[in-house]
Design a protein around this ligand. Structure first.
Ligand code: ATP
Ligand code: MG
Length: 464
């Protein structure tokens, strides 16, 4: 067996102990997959996988005898989780996967004798590595070289590997973003040829990969580079690709702008999804005026409409969906950094301070994706908005109904009947407080409520 020695990396103590338990009983065992890849790249890696020649029942017995706990997490596929204190390792028997009839799950797995055969079933060369503290690195597919070159390449023929399991295509795009790698051209061409199979993948899995792709350090670049593959799960991006904007504010097409905006935001999931969606309505609202200049009036509302369908399809909770769409809805509004405007905006965002900060982040990202001569000013404006927000919060000024010095029972006591009028008077009172017309104090507000009631009733009477 050929192995390469490289600068040894430290395995955590519990992983070395686990290898020893298996080998002490005469089995062969290796650390495999993502942990090896991440260790070579000096990235932190949460989970450790071990591949071994032992059947899972034997693994269970050995570890329980050694005082570990075990959990039967995937026995059908030869996997068992072994746990010592807070550390868990998945131990899987060397296996290869049988035929795939549904483009996702092998219909049967076959246990095999060698680690090399086991590595052959793995998705990408960088993930088909095995490591042992004494025997070194086992790298039959050139994974180390691909990691050094930053290349994502399938193990074996790409068309075959993607048609066996379509999720691998999204895993490939997600890894490209997380690791800032490029997808090798033949591997990418096969993604484009096989992307139609992505429709068979459970939406939850698609969503999980897209979430990770979007918060990766190269999310924007991958969105552009892999657009023709990702389009199968995000068809909304197709209209953005190559859509020139014809305005002095923009030097990139809508997709490239969106990509730069994404990379220009902090890697927060909600902000990243909102940024992906924010200009989806541009192609539909585009027109050119008599000077040839492009306009997109009303595009945020169309982005919201498109985004709503996308987020529903991706199974976002309605609360998450509403917050993401609020960011899309308000991303283009010019808000002066004054306390009054900040409070008005906060009110529109239901007093959600975190969402307000997300909106500022989206605005900064949006600015970073625009023509450079306009960016600085717009970034400064978003910064100023956040600074004013801090002042508003520190001064304890009211911006939501909760903070108002009167509530629903006061309104009812003033003789306003139960029903929509109660909400209306409170909203109007809050608006008056934000606008500085009424103080947020109980007597002043009760007076406001009485005046509101009298006006509403006199209006009713005059109508009759
Ligand atoms: P991460 O944990 O960061 O997602 P990972 O490479 O550890 O990266 P896992 O999903 O934990 O990914 O899988 C562990 C290993 O199992 C992978 O490194 C790869 O060798 C193999 N693997 C996982 N999913 C697939 C798949 N769909 N097809 C082929 N091999 C896979
Ligand atoms: Mg892993």
């Amino acid at each position: 067996m050929e192995t390469e020695r490289l600068v040894p990396f430290a395995l955590p103590r519990y992983a070395e102990d686990a290898l020893r338990i298996l080998e002490g009983a005469g089995h062969e065992a290796w650390v495999v997959g993502g942990f090896v890849r991440d260790a070579i790249m000096r990235r932190p890696c949460a989970d450790i996988d071990i591949a071994s020649s032992a059947p899972w029942q034997e693994v269970q017995r050995l570890f329980e005898d050694a005082g570990w706990r075990t959990r039967e997490t995937g026995c059908k596929h030869g996997t068992i989780t072994v746990i010592r204190e807070h550390d868990a390792i998945e131990v899987t028997t060397f296996r290869c996967d049988g035929a795939y009839l549904d483009a996702r799950h092998p219909d049967e797995v076959t246990f095999v004798r060698s680690i090399e055969e086991d590595l052959a079933r793995r998705d990408f060369t960088m993930n088909a590595l095995a490591y042992h503290p004494e025997r070194g690195l086992l790298d039959p597919y050139g994974g180390l070289g691909d990691i050094e070159a930053g290349t994502i390449r399938t193990v074996g023929e790409a068309d075959k590997r993607f048609s066996e399991d379509a999720l691998r295509m999204l895993r490939g795009c997600r890894f490209a973003s997380e690791l800032d790698f490029s997808i090798e051209p033949e591997t990418f061409a096969a993604m484009v040829r096989n992307k139609g199979l992505l429709g068979r993948i459970a939406v939850e899995r698609v969503r999980a990969e897209l979430d990770r792709l979007l918060v990766g350090p190269a999310a924007g670049r991958v969105l552009v580079d892999a657009c023709d593959a990702i389009a199968a799960v995000l068809p909304e991006v197709v209209a953005m690709k190559g859509f020139e904007q014809h305005t002095p504010y923009h030097i990139y097409d809508v997709l490239e702008h969106t990509a730069r905006a994404i990379d220009g935001t902090a890697p927060r999931l909600r902000v990243r999804w909102a940024t992906l969606l924010h200009d989806m309505g541009k192609p539909a609202t585009f027109f050119r005026d008599e000077n040839g200049r492009g306009h997109f009036y009303g595009h945020p509302a169309v982005s919201v409409a498109i985004g709503r369908g996308l987020l529903e399809r991706m199974l976002f909770s309605s609360a998450d969906r509403d917050r993401i769409l609020a960011l899309v809805r308000w991303h283009d509004d010019v808000v002066p950094p004054t306390p009054r405007s900040v409070k008005r905006l906060l009110r529109r965002l239901d007093g959600d301070v975190e969402l307000f900060c997300d909106l500022c982040e989206l605005k900064r990202g949006d600015a970073r994706g625009q023509a450079p001569e306009f960016s600085a000013e717009r970034i400064a404006l978003a910064d100023a908005l956040e600074a004013t927000l801090a002042d508003v919060l520190a001064s304890d000024e009211a911006f939501s109904l909760k903070q108002l010095a009167v509530g629903g029972s006061d309104v009812l006591a003033a003789g306003i009947p139960q029903g929509p009028a109660v909400g209306s008077v409170l909203e109007d009172a809050l608006q008056a407080v934000i606008d500085g017309e009424v103080a947020n104090d109980r007597d002043a507000l009760l007076d406001f409520v009485h005046r509101w009631r009298d006006q509403a009733y006199s209006h009713k009477f005059s109508e009759q």
